[in-house]
Design a protein around this ligand. Structure first.
Ligand SMILES: [Mn+2]
Length: 372
């Protein structure tokens, strides 16, 4: 089997987890969350688990995925199980109930954990938190290439959308058109539910598209992304529909855009992520809108839309070369509207490389509503 670049990486990811296990005296690591399973194996199906030992690794799935796993999984030995997973694991791997320590993530459900305790006897469970997420925060070249492509698809899809006629369209219709464009261009799906928040709805940072019609003079915030080969993009732009928008919104548009630039200028490997948040937040504070910026400045992006590192006031994460983060300040004023601008960035030694590209001009308005 000739391995793809991601499959080659997955061998390294398993080895990195094994190094963590040795350092933390964990004999076996149980991985149940699908994005983590995918990270370790490249497996894209909807049912599968990893059991990683110090010197080997197993991928467990059922007969539906036998063929798929044989094509995708290079980093683990695939084991097809039937019946109860933990009964199977208990019999196959832990028959001689010697004392072993099993690392288990705190995201495993209470029900699953209880079942595992009951059926995999004689083991000591070690509760861990975000072990895989911490490893996955630093992206490989192959992963960055996927995120870059997801960003390119999203920008192109948005470019097509702004040339279409928005008049009489609801937020939901615009969201559907954007999602359609992304899929036609090569995305496998959206990376999260598309946000289209127009007019006063723009004051809701996560205003998922509604049945409201977009009106001339509205500011429209579109926060969206797609998946390419499993990896996500996450972009936000706020558009002016026509020329009659309120002067206060035009002003905050400039503040948000400049706050994003401050965040971008602050970001580089070796600094605390909260410094990026501070750079953007202090600027918005100075302009008098601090109380209208209530969320963090950004987050990591990868197989999940929200990953480490956190880019917020309370984050203790230190930026590393290879992190992919968003920088997305916003201002939301109740009963008036909101503005957010978001792009995705690769953290480098001296700064960041912007992965998503789309105009941030304040006068980038939707042409269907008339020209200057
Ligand atoms: Mn985001």
């Amino acid at each position: 089997m000739k391995l793809t670049d991601l499959q080659k990486d997955s061998l390294r990811f398993v080895a990195n987890l094994q190094a963590y296990m040795r350092k933390n005296s964990i004999d076996v690591f149980f991985v149940a969350e699908l994005p983590n399973v995918r990270y370790l194996t490249t497996f894209t199906g909807t049912s599968g688990f990893c059991l990683v030992f110090r010197d080997s690794a197993c991928f467990l799935t059922d007969f539906r995925y036998k063929t798929q796993a044989s094509h995708q999984v290079a980093s683990c030995e695939t084991v097809i199980y039937s019946g109860n997973l933990f009964e199977f694991i208990g019999k196959k791997f832990f028959r001689k109930s010697r004392q072993v320590s099993i690392g288990i993530e705190d995201t495993v459900s209470v029900g699953m954990f209880a079942e595992m305790q009951e059926k995999v006897g004689g083991c000591q469970f070690v509760r861990t938190s975000q072990v895989l997420e911490k490893l996955a925060a630093v992206k490989t070249k192959a992963e960055v290439a996927r995120i870059r492509q997801a960003c390119a698809i999203s920008s192109t899809a948005l470019d097509v959308l702004v040339q279409e006629d928005w008049r009489g369209k609801t937020e939901t219709e615009l969201a559907a058109m954007l999602e359609f464009n992304q899929k036609i261009i090569g995305a496998s799906g959206t990376s999260f539910e598309t946000i289209v928040a127009s007019g006063v709805r723009g004051a809701m940072p996560h205003g998922v598209a509604s049945g409201k019609e977009v009106d001339a003079g509205d500011f429209v915030t579109i926060d969206f992304g797609c998946l390419y080969d499993g990896y996500a993009s996450d972009i936000t732009r706020t558009f002016l529909t026509g020329l009659k928008s309120k002067p206060e919104l035009m002003k905050i548009y400039g503040v948000v855009r400049d706050a994003q630039s401050k965040g971008i200028a602050a970001a580089r490997a070796g600094i605390k992520a909260n410094k990026v948040d501070k750079a953007a937040r202090d600027y918005i504070d100075r302009k008098g809108y601090g109380k209208y910026f209530g969320h963090g400045t950004g987050h990591g992006v990868g197989l999940r839309i929200h990953e480490l590192p956190r880019v917020s006031r309370v984050s203790e994460d230190v930026l590393e070369e290879g992190n992919v983060i968003t920088i997305e300040p916003g201002i939301y004023i109740p009963r008036l509207g909101g503005v957010r601008i978001e792009d995705d960035f690769l953290v480098t030694k001296d700064g960041v490389e912007q992965l998503s590209h789309f105009s941030k001009e304040a006068d980038y308005y939707i042409s269907a509503y008339g020209r200057h």
